[in-house]
Design a protein. Structure first.
Length: 665
């Protein structure tokens, strides 16, 4: 079947031009299948952003190959910031042909400003319907209506009842169909014209999944009470319990709605509630959302999660978003089994982890170069967080302070434990959750410093063995904003070793606005001191949480009107020794349990031959003389049978980390 990629690929037959500059304002060259096909045809893609990093990579990886008379085709894509294209060096322009591609060229009859808002993952859906698109140019509104119908499957004229609207909202959020800004506004405005739907805060419910699931959570106990009592609930009482406006009683039992609700309880998006007479719901479908005997409820959820995950493991030519979506139920299952699972469930988890990480490692090995070349428009890798914060200050009309909290070594399953802790304590905090890819190897000196530098490790070659210059990297990354926007920087690691009061005394004494980079090291310490496994680590984390430091920190930051984000530099995984090399001395510059670093490719390759369970990692985005050797699966460079919780390699637990925006409810 023809695709939009063909319109680009026709210009890239094998070997036609060794250097091509591509203007790509819509980031089409970040799409995984297009990149994969270009790679198959012998083309490599590199982004031009930082001139120094680009020049280093260009001379080392490409110019030297051409000078040696070897064949290699390179596509250079200059980054575009605030509609301005970064100017390429003259010698590159002189040697290259220049091409331009845009969504406007692929869909010439549709409104280009509207097309630019579409998620690139949805272009295939629109292109498949190209034969029914108008043959003449249409305006913004007509284009939006076409996209709503053909891309999102939404037809406002067919939605007339509460049940029909609820079904479509569930489908949108459960399938991660984030509507673009224009489509969301149009969809909401048309439906609000219908008197029977006026009570729905459609614009709010379309905004993000967390808000929509909170809307459902508020109404679930009302639905149960209404069904139990079979009478209208007191409207005043109901109004007092609802934070998000809208219809009070929703028909969750409708055939097209019920499967969504069941899955949302299984995956932890909705939480079971206490009812007065739970026996009345025995054997009913609603039992999934009723808090019964804790042990039985936990093991029921574990069973359902195993079934769900087994059916949804990304396979083959998957893309990074599939893995980002997949990791949430996997992390939820891991947390439940690690904290409350039986020995049989622990064994099942271990077997499933092996299958998942085999797929993930194969995918990441093939796709990592694509990941590091993705635009930071929406953060995908940990070093993109810095650009996200920069954009906030560029667009903000206020002077809020910002705090970036890096919890060193925090995995997604441990973040879920933190979130559950706050939910249990009914802390007035709201979390907007997504995930990021860590740098490989997943080491603090590489990935955490990339967060604070806002760049790849290639940009700090002299600091990859120590974090002693991390504060300097943080300050260098903000130099432009310090001058143009009068920002004031603060950096501190191991903040949990002093009181919150001491931290805020320091911050209060500073001029505003402040950008604070804060490191919490407790999770990494728990990890490296752990000898009893994942269950013990979760218990140790819970013990620390009960001391209240993190809650006090977040509460005070928000009280002082800081915008707060939490992230991590890498996760961790329980692993087992499969053998270590003795007598290497200084041959390996870093001898971790999951990653060993060598200053020579020959030394690394020689070690790999002796360690059959290891994988040679291509040093993509890493400095010269930095050659990683990774332990595969759940193996470790330890004595046979020795257990540890560690990091450094490419399991999904180590690579995908949380990015959390924290707000007050």
């Amino acid at each position: 079947m023809a695709s939009w990629r063909d319109e680009i690929l026709k210009d890239f037959p094998s070997g036609i031009c060794k250097l091509t500059i591509v203007r790509d304002p819509d980031r089409l060259f970040e799409e995984a299948l297009l990149v994969q096909e270009l790679n198959c045809r012998g083309y490599e893609i590199v982004k031009f952003g930082d001139p120094i990093v680009f020049r280093y990579e260009y001379e080392k990886e490409y110019r030297s190959v051409w000078d040696a008379g070897k064949s290699l085709n390179l596509i250079v894509i200059p980054e575009e910031r605030e509609k301005e294209v970064i100017t390429l060096p003259y010698d590159i322009i002189k040697r290259a042909r220049t091409l331009f591609y845009s969504l406007g060229g692929i869909f010439p009859t549709l409104s280009y400003p509207v097309l630019q808002k579409i998620d690139i993952a949805l272009i295939d859906t629109l292109y498949a319907k190209k034969h029914v698109l108008p043959s003449f140019p249409v305006g913004d509104t007509a284009t939006i209506d076409i996209i709503l119908k053909l891309v999102y499957g939404l037809q406002s004229e067919l939605i007339d009842t509460n049940e029909e609207l609820l079904r479509e909202l569930l489908r949108i959020h459960y399938q991660h169909l984030t509507l673009d800004e224009f489509s969301a506004m149009r969809f909401a405005s048309v439906l609000k014209e219908k008197p029977q739907l006026k009570k729905w805060p459609i614009d709010i419910l379309l905004r993000d999944s967390n808000t929509f699931y909170e809307f459902l959570q508020e109404r679930w106990p009302l639905y149960l009470a209404h069904k139990q009592n079979d009478e209208l609930l007191d409207s005043i009482t109901i109004e007092q319990t609802l934070r998000i406006p809208g219809p009070k009683i929703l028909q969750f039992a409708e055939d097209t709605i019920r499967p969504f609700i069941d899955n949302l309880f299984t995956e932890g998006m909705l939480k079971p509630v206490v009812v007065e007479a739970p026996e009345a719901f025995l054997g009913s479908w609603e039992q999934c959302g009723i808090l019964v005997r804790k042990e039985a409820a936990v093991h029921s959820r574990i069973t359902k999660l195993f079934q769900h995950i087994e059916a949804h493991i990304p396979m083959g030519a998957s893309n990074y978003r599939q893995w980002q979506d997949f990791i949430w139920p996997w992390a939820e299952l891991s947390m439940l089994v690690e904290t409350e699972g039986t020995s049989k469930e622990m064994q099942d988890l271990s077997e499933m982890r092996a299958a998942i990480n085999k797929q993930f490692a194969e995918w990441l090995t093939q796709s990592f170069k694509l990941l590091i070349n993705l635009s930071p428009a929406q953060p995908i890798m940990v070093h993109h967080v810095h650009r996200m914060l920069e954009r906030y200050f560029e667009k903000s009309k206020t002077s809020n302070n910002v705090a970036l909290i890096v919890i060193d070594g925090l995995s997604l399953s441990q973040w879920i434990s933190i979130r559950h802790h706050f939910e249990t304590r009914k802390a007035p905090l709201k979390f907007r959750e997504t995930t990021l890819f860590a740098w490989v190897p997943t080491l603090t000196t590489i990935s955490r410093q990339a967060i604070f530098a806002g760049k790849s490790p290639l940009s700090f070659p002299n600091q990859v063995e120590t974090t002693s210059q991390e504060e300097m990297l943080w300050r260098q990354s903000w130099e432009g904003q310090i001058q143009s926007q009068s920002l004031h920087l603060y950096y501190r690691k191991e903040i949990e070793k002093s009181s919150c009061q001491e931290l805020f005394d320091t911050l209060d004494s500073m001029h505003k606005p402040i950008v604070a980079g804060l490191v919490i090291n407790i999770v990494d310490e728990i990890m490296h001191n752990n000898i009893l496994g994942a269950h013990d680590m979760q218990n140790s984390l819970r013990t620390w949480l009960e001391q209240g430091y993190l809650e006090r920190l977040l509460d005070e930051l928000i009280k002082q009107e800081y915008l707060v984000w939490i992230t991590s530099d890498h996760g961790n995984i329980e692993c087992e020794g499969k053998g270590r090399l003795s007598g290497e001395g200084i041959l390996a510059s870093e001898r971790g349990e999951r990653a060993r670093i060598y200053t020579s490719q020959n030394l690394r390759d020689a070690a790999a031959q002796k360690l059959a369970f290891s994988q040679k990692w291509k040093p993509i985005g890493l400095p010269d003389n930095y050659y990683p050797l990774l332990a595969t699966g759940t193996s470790a460079f330890l004595n046979e049978g020795e257990k540890a919780i560690s990091h450094g390699s490419i399991s999904i637990e180590e690579v995908l980390v949380p990015l959390i925006e924290v707000e007050r409810k």
